[in-house]
Design a protein around this ligand. Structure first.
Ligand SMILES: Nc1ncnc2c1ncn2[C@@H]1O[C@H](COP(=O)(O)OP(=O)(O)OP(=O)(O)O)[C@@H](O)[C@H]1O
Ligand SMILES: [Mg+2]
Length: 279
């Protein structure tokens, strides 16, 4: 039997003042241990909210109901303190735009050391050495510890975020569109780096993307979201070769193929919406 690290059961997310507006609507899925699961879906379909609910960083204006079990523990029952311990050490997250997560007035060396020290009681020297080691791991020169975030390229900043996320060797790494803002060659390098780190550390990864090319490259399992609901999920081979849901089919029809055999078709939202209402 496949082992799962995270189980989500009947999760719904809604604004505090309007519980009938389901931004995420009764979704359930498991994350297989040591594997990469990609969530795909259009803008606004609830991908980021789903990820944020796992690390309990949803906006205070939103509520969620349902169950989130991590390694058998119900995360909903964790206190803020327990969750702070859990964050970074068990679950870490990388966001789409590193500049919103990095502090512009602190050097990257300082910020990596801070991330390490939250979960360790090491000496200052050991923390400094480990920060350099982490930078090396993501192929950034050690003399960059004194650089400020705006002195780095987008790809380098994303590598710093990965180094910080990996600092406590999390069991689960959530990456929310970490390569969308990067050009394709840098995107490919970052994907390879994440994939290697996942394999080396036997880490489980939840990767959010719009891009079926990325799904093809890194996913073991895929979850397709549409308007807050999961419309299809399963192993990547099955989803890419035999998609069942019309939305998945429509998404795949938007991906150009190299030989130019497939004609790109815009998604017929009116038809899809009608179908979703009926189901
Ligand atoms: N704090 C909030 N209050 C009310 N609605 C919100 C809040 N945060 C997000 N939403 C809404 O919830 C829906 C899902 O948002 P979410 O950020 O999860 O989408 P997403 O799938 O990650 O989209 P994208 O691909 O653009 O990042 C959207 O319609 C969004 O407007
Ligand atoms: Mg998002």
């Amino acid at each position: 039997m496949k082992k799962s690290l995270l189980n989500i059961n009947n999760l719904s997310i809604f604004p505090n003042n309007n519980s009938s507006l389901k931004l995420v609507d009764n979704i359930s899925f498991d994350l297989e241990k040591g594997k990469t699961t990609c969530i795909v879906g259009e803008s606004g379909s609830g991908k980021s909210l789903t990820a944020l609910s796992i690390i309990k960083l949803l906006s205070p204006q939103l509520s969620c109901e349902g169950e989130i079990h991590f390694n058998g523990d119900n995360l909903q029952l964790y206190s803020d303190d327990q969750m702070r311990q859990n964050r970074g050490k068990e679950v870490a997250m990388i966001f789409q735009e590193p500049m919103t997560s990095l502090n512009p007035v602190l050097t990257i060396g300082y910020q990596i050391q801070e991330a390490i020290s939250v979960h360790s009681s090491w000496t200052k020297k050991k923390i400094e050495e480990y920060a350099v080691e982490l930078l090396k791991m993501v192929s950034i020169d050690s003399d960059r510890v004194l650089s400020y975030p705006d002195e780095l390229s987008g790809g380098q900043r994303q590598r710093v975020m990965i180094a910080m996320a990996m600092s406590c060797k999390p069991n689960l790494l959530i990456a929310d569109e970490p390569t969308t803002a990067l050009d394709v060659t840098v995107q490919a390098q970052i994907l390879k780096l994440l994939d290697n780190l996942k394999t080396k550390n036997n880490m489980t990864m939840l990767f959010i993307t719009h891009d079926f090319g990325v799904v093809h490259d890194i996913a073991d399992n895929v979850i397709v979201m549409f308007k807050g609901k999961i419309v299809e999920k399963g192993p990547v081979k099955k989803i890419l070769s035999k998609p069942e849901h019309p939305y998945t089919k429509a998404l795949l029809n938007c991906v150009p193929d190299i030989e130019g055999k497939r004609k790109l078709k815009p998604i017929d939202y009116a038809k899809l919406n009608k179908m979703m209402m009926a189901s």
